[in-house]
Design a protein around this ligand. Structure first.
Ligand code: 5RP
Length: 262
């Protein structure tokens, strides 16, 4: 791995623990002003001190995040369909590698839709981005998006994650499922889990803990943090689980008493 790629990887996966808490707020590129991101700056600013990276679109970065922010950026570079489209996540390149370099990012994120009728389009666009990013030593986080019609099981996540890694991704973001050890065992690059739809905080912490135990290097979590009754308390609890090996119960016990716990 060349020095630049290794240096950027170390900004995403922290060398001290080998883990990462990536804050995902890129939802707007297909969901618009989703709950909790109506004013992205107001939501994100208090969370930045506790996140290892910030994953978002170029428009969100430019319009909501101050350029003097001290956090590595992972830029969402795939898109092309919205939640109104029946072919959700039929994605292609929506931000160039030159734009990523201009924005001084630590990595880029691209969704592939393995198993859908659009898989070839998403995969070919993904590999174009891989080639470009490789030229400049920029890590690619493959997001193994899952279409509505697909079964979310270890077999699927293992297939999608391995395809992403075989095609050249440096990090894979997938979803936690039972039998996740198999997904980790069959993927040659580090795996992080998305949080998915909002869960009760303790359940989300249990999911993060189980993923780490199964070999994931961390999370790239959004809604389970910014839609929490107390997002700062939640990201701190996620950090405790991911970086300090805290149990979900102990991490959750740090929640301020009386705060709305969902
Ligand atoms: C949306 C994404 C999100 O970054 C990813 O799903 C993580 O966010 P959440 O924890 O809210 O699922 O890739 O397509």
């Amino acid at each position: 791995m060349d020095w630049g790629m290794a240096n950027r990887m170390s900004k995403i996966i922290k060398p001290k623990t080998g883990k990462t808490v990536m804050l995902a707020v890129d939802h707007g590129y297909f969901m618009g002003p989703t709950t909790g991101l109506e004013n992205l700056k107001k939501t994100v600013d208090p969370l930045i001190p506790y996140a290892d990276t910030l994953m978002l679109t170029r428009g969100a970065l430019r319009n909501y995040v101050s350029p003097d922010v001290d956090i590595p950026i992972v830029l969402r570079v795939s898109g092309g369909t919205s939640i109104l489209n029946k072919n959700l996540l039929h994605e292609g390149i929506v931000a160039s590698i030159e734009e990523a370099i201009r924005l001084n990012v630590a990595g880029v994120a691209f969704s592939i839709l393995v198993g859908s009728e659009m898989e070839r389009d998403t995969i070919l666009a993904f590999t174009e981005m891989i080639d470009e990013a490789q030229l400049y030593g920029i890590p690619v986080v493959a997001v193994t998006a899952v279409g509505k019609e697909m079964v979310r099981d270890a077999r699927y996540m293992s297939l999608a994650s391995r395809i992403a890694a075989e095609l050249g991704a440096q990090i894979v973001k997938t979803y936690y499922v039972d039998g996740f050890e198999q997904v980790v065992r069959t993927c040659p690059v580090p795996i992080v889990i998305a949080g998915g739809k909002k869960l009760p905080e303790l359940d989300a912490l249990k999911m993060a803990h189980a993923a780490i135990k199964a070999g994931a290097v961390g999370v790239d979590m959004g809604r389970n943090i910014f839609q929490s009754g107390d997002p700062v308390a939640m990201i701190k609890a996620v950090r405790a689980v991911v970086h300090e090996g805290a149990s979900p119960k102990d991490a959750f016990a740090q929640f301020p008493k009386g705060k709305k716990r969902r």
